[in-house]
Design a binder for this molecule. Structure first.
Ligand SMILES: Cc1cc2nc3c(=O)[nH]c(=O)nc-3n(C[C@H](O)[C@H](O)[C@H](O)COP(=O)(O)OP(=O)(O)OC[C@H]3O[C@@H](n4cnc5c(N)ncnc54)[C@H](O)[C@@H]3O)c2cc1C
Length: 407
């Protein structure tokens, strides 16, 4: 039989007062934790899910800026939380998380105090600018829905004005960061038909992807990267390899070798970091301020407090590799955390997390993609169909209130 865990005296107070499980953030991690706990405990564990927005944002689809620019309504990229949880006992609360007091076992939300018996911190990530002057002020980003919408609008405007550019000049868009986000975005911008969206005489954008010091799609299998490079070229994207961006101004991106890329618009896709609230929490932090977690995904020495998804840094004990900041990993972690919350609530012990990556798919515009799934490489239309099927299946199950771990 599993041993009962002994909580801290403060945890005992929260326990006795009937405090709930509080889940902070309703992204891929938070949504899966809240739903998983509800399902596994058959509604017996009181759960409060807090997010600043009343919707779950389909963040993995935010590179679709051409589509975002074409559609007035962005509802396609969100699912109302009320719809996801309407047949459950989970309480959804809209509010900004302002404070996390681990010792006092209470969080501050919209000026009110919310005590917790168990806590899942699932607050995602924000763009990391690495102190590059001008980057935060002068670049767009697609790490959140409002940023992606702003970028879509700005691109439409740049393209609307493009017929008036002098001579043969095309609008130049610089995408900084050669990971999946930058690659998908560069291909999407280059292959969108802006003549339909912005102006019948709109000129094709000249898209430059600056990979920085890291190679293109660093960490992904070589087969996938090779196809991605080829499809990017076919999409008309030029790639600048191996040079970090050192400064950004309005209409200018400065590279470390002195190159100045004059542009109409730039987008920052160079990486993410933990939000300030998370960075300021006590305890060990890893790369980019992520919270280092124990094998059970709890914060070390803080029972029943979990970090899940982009906020967490979990190192695989078998390989020494840090799990990547992806929705796929966030959902996998969240499933383990849901099981652990239920087990410990019932007096059992939490289990360690195990991660096995299922694969990666990178969209490359024009209904093409490059994928690596269980060591098999796919490219072109089949890979794109796979990507769309997985994304749509995830969205459909979330809308039905039965989120699957399909991503
Ligand atoms: C364009 C793009 C494409 C991507 N494609 C893929 C892909 O194909 N596959 C993949 O696996 N991953 C992909 N990713 C990465 C993936 O989106 C993230 O890893 C994933 O969203 C992490 O999930 P999360 O739950 O940790 O954070 P999020 O999904 O970001 O959720 C965090 C939640 O916390 C809320 N929140 C944050 N701060 C506060 C606060 N103070 N108060 C209240 N609420 C707050 C936010 O509103 C949000 O709902 C992509 C990312 C981007 C940007």
């Amino acid at each position: 039989m599993a041993a009962r865990r002994v909580g801290s005296p403060v945890a005992g107070v929260a326990e006795a007062s009937g405090a709930p499980l509080v889940v902070l953030g309703a992204g891929y991690a938070g949504l899966t934790v809240a739903h998983g706990v509800w399902r596994a405990s058959r509604g017996a564990i009181p759960t409060v899910l807090v997010d600043r927005n009343p919707v779950h944002v389909l963040r993995t689809e935010l590179y679709e800026v051409g589509r975002l620019a074409a559609e007035e309504d962005s509802a396609r990229w969100t699912v109302p939380l009320a719809k996801v949880f309407d047949r459950t006992s989970v309480t959804c609360r809209t509010g900004l998380v302002e404070r996390i007091d681990l010792g006092g076992r209470v969080v501050g939300v919209g000026g009110a105090e919310l005590p917790f018996r168990a806590l899942a911190i699932c607050l995602g990530s924000v763009p990391a600018y690495y102190g590059v002057p001008g980057a935060a002020e002068h670049t767009h980003q697609v790490y959140g829905l409002s940023g992606a919408k702003r970028l879509a609008k700005a691109l439409r405007e740049v393209e609307r004005r493009s017929p008036g550019l002098p001579g043969e000049r095309r609008p130049r868009i610089v995408v900084i960061g050669g990971g999946s986000t930058g690659t998908e975005l560069a291909a999407e911008i280059a292959t969108t038909d802006w003549r339909v969206i912005a102006d019948p005489k709109a000129r094709e954008p000249d898209v430059v992807l600056v990979t920085g010091a890291l190679p293109l799609l660093d960490g992904l299998p070589a087969g996938l990267v090779g196809h991605a490079r080829r499809l990017l070229r076919a999409a008309g994207v030029s790639i600048v390899h191996g040079l970090n961006t050192v400064r950004v101004e309005d209409g200018r991106v400065y590279l470390e070798d002195g190159t100045v890329l004059v542009c109409d618009l730039s987008v920052w896709c160079a990486g993410v970091e933990a939000p300030t609230l998370v960075r300021e929490l006590p305890g060990p932090h890893g790369r980019s301020g992520r919270l280092r977690v124990a094998p059970t995904l709890e914060l070390p020495g803080t029972p029943n407090v979990y970090a899940v998804g982009d906020v967490a840094e979990w190192t695989d004990p078998a390989t020494g590799m840090v799990v990547p900041a992806t929705a796929q990993a966030a959902i996998a972690e969240a499933r383990t955390v849901a099981g652990n919350v239920v087990a410990t609530w019932r007096g059992g012990t939490p289990r360690p997390f195990l991660y096995r990556e299922r694969g990666a798919v990178v969209a490359l515009g024009l209904g093409r993609a490059a994928a690596s799934v269980r060591r098999v490489t796919l490219w072109g239309r089949p890979a794109s169909l796979l990507k769309r099927a997985v994304q749509r299946e995830y969205a459909r199950t979330v809308e039905r209130g039965e989120p699957s771990g399909v991503l």
